[in-house]
Design a protein around this ligand. Sequence first.
Ligand SMILES: C[S@@+](CC[C@H](N)C(=O)[O-])C[C@H]1O[C@@H](n2cnc3c(N)ncnc32)[C@H](O)[C@@H]1O
Length: 232
Amino acid sequence: MQKYLHILDDNDFNIFKEIESLREKIILEDINIEVMDFGAGNPDENRSAKQMHNGVTKNVSTKDLCKIGLKNDFAHLIYAIIKKHQPSTVLELGTCCGFSSIYMSKALKDGACIHTIEGSPKTAIIAQKNFKDIDSLNVNSYVGRFSDVLPEILPNIKAIDFAFIDGHHDRDATLEYFEIIKPYLSKDAIVLFDDISWSKGMTEAWETIKKDDSICSYKDYQKVGLCFMGDN
Ligand SMILES: C[S@@+](CC[C@H](N)C(=O)[O-])C[C@H]1O[C@@H](n2cnc3c(N)ncnc32)[C@H](O)[C@@H]1O
C-alpha cells in the first residue's frame, strides 16, 4: 500500500480534509431515509438471488449511511491509485453517499470522468447533492440495479481504465459483474474489488478472480483486491 500512499502530498491531505468535512456535515444532519438494498445484506444473511433482485427496503439514518464505504487509508489508497495511473474513464458499482466517487473525482485530471451506479434512489439523491456541493462535476450518477444499468451504459461509454466494484457483495454477482465489464475494459485497465474478505462468498469470489486468465497481476490488501489487466 505504501507504494501508492507515499505519492500523497500536503495538497492531497487538504483535499481529504475537505471531503471528510462534507461527511461530518451529513453525520450531524442525521436524517432518516428509506433505502432500497439490492445487495447481500450482512455477511451471514444468505439472501436468495430473488430477494437481492427484488431488493429489501430498510430505514437508515444518513449518519450511518455516510459512514459506509472507503475511509482513511483505503480512501487515500483509491485516490492515490487514480492520481498515479490517471484513468480517463472510471466505472464504479456502488455509489452510496458518493464519498469514494468524490475521492476518485478529486484525483482525476480535467477531461476524465466517473460513471457510478447506485440502486437505492434516495441514497443516490444524497450522493448527487454531495457531488454538487463539493464541485465533483466529472461524476455521472446512474440509479438502478447494476444488472439493469450496466447493459444500458457500457456500450455507450469509452473503454474503462479503472473499475471499482463496491456493491452487492455476493460471490456469484461479483463474478458476474466482472464478466460483464471485462469486454469494456481498456488493455491496461485496473479493477479494484472492495470487501474481498467480508464474507465466505466474497473470499471465494476473490480467490476465483485472482486465478482468472485475463488478469496479468494482482495485489491483495486484505480488505481490497487490485487487479491489473495489463503490464502496469
Ligand atoms: C458499500 S456501499 C458503496 C460505498 C461507496 N463505494 C463508498 O466507498 O463510499 C454499496 C452500495 O451499493 C449499492 N448496491 C448494492 N447492491 C446493488 C445492486 N445490485 N445494484 C445497485 N446498487 C447496489 C447499495 O445500495 C450501497 O449503497
